[in-house]
Design a protein around this ligand. Structure first.
Ligand SMILES: C[S@@+](CC[C@H](N)C(=O)[O-])C[C@H]1O[C@@H](n2cnc3c(N)ncnc32)[C@H](O)[C@@H]1O
Length: 184
């Protein structure tokens, strides 16, 4: 069973996801619109869809003939429904959703939670149609500033950062480090 630290059963998780939708959906929708690929009849995939707000918007954009597929480990906090919105409980690390079948694949604030990010991105790419587009949005945790003592302090960008022993361990286990490798 995949591990996810912010389980949907936790108190306040629904409110947290609603706040993320309110704050981040306008930016996410703008980036999708810039791709100019989501039109009536298109097939879209969102993984780690949370409460489903972006997938519901995608479902409206691809209607009446298209389909928006929304995938998450846990579908219990999804509060949207639409005729052409398909909800699937699945683990994106395990396998592609449907091979070579989506015009758009997107994920927001998901990959930094995933232990095997290379496998996840490989599965997302495998789910794309040959001319499809992939849009991955992750939080930027840097620069960061944390408390003294110096061995735990980190300031600056990833390249300039002070690599105290503790921070070095954090970096080594940070999926974003492998993501840089995966996309370069
Ligand atoms: C921080 S929430 C972000 C939700 C939504 N994308 C947003 O930005 O509002 C991360 C979501 O990814 C889901 N998730 C985590 N690991 C996953 C995996 N391996 N496969 C599918 N979904 C996953 C979680 O269940 C959770 O709903």
């Amino acid at each position: 069973m995949p591990e996810y630290v912010l389980g949907h059963h936790l108190k306040g998780e629904g409110k947290r996801l609603a706040l993320m939708s309110e704050l981040l959906d306008p930016m996410h929708r703008r980036h999708i619109e810039e791709l100019d690929i989501v039109k009536p009849g298109a097939r879209t995939l969102e993984v780690g869809c949370g409460n489903g707000s972006i997938s519901a918007w995608l479902a409206r954009r691809v209607s009446p003939d298209g389909k928006a597929v929304a995938v998450d480990l846990d579908l219990s906090l999804i509060d949207v429904r639409a005729p052409n919105l398909e909800l699937r409980q699945d683990d994106i690390v395990a396998a592609p959703v449907d091979r070579r079948s989506f015009d758009l694949v997107t994920a927001r604030a998901v990959l930094h939670h995933v232990a095997n990010v290379e496998a996840a991105i490989g599965n997302l790419v495998a789910s794309l149609r040959p001319d499809g587009a992939i849009l991955l949005i992750e939080p930027d945790f840097l620069p960061v500033s944390v408390a003294k003592p110096p061995c735990t302090a980190a300031r600056g960008t990833a390249d300039q950062i002070y690599l105290g022993k503790k921070w070095q361990r954090v970096r080594e286990s940070n999926p974003c480090t492998s993501l840089e490798r995966a996309v370069s």
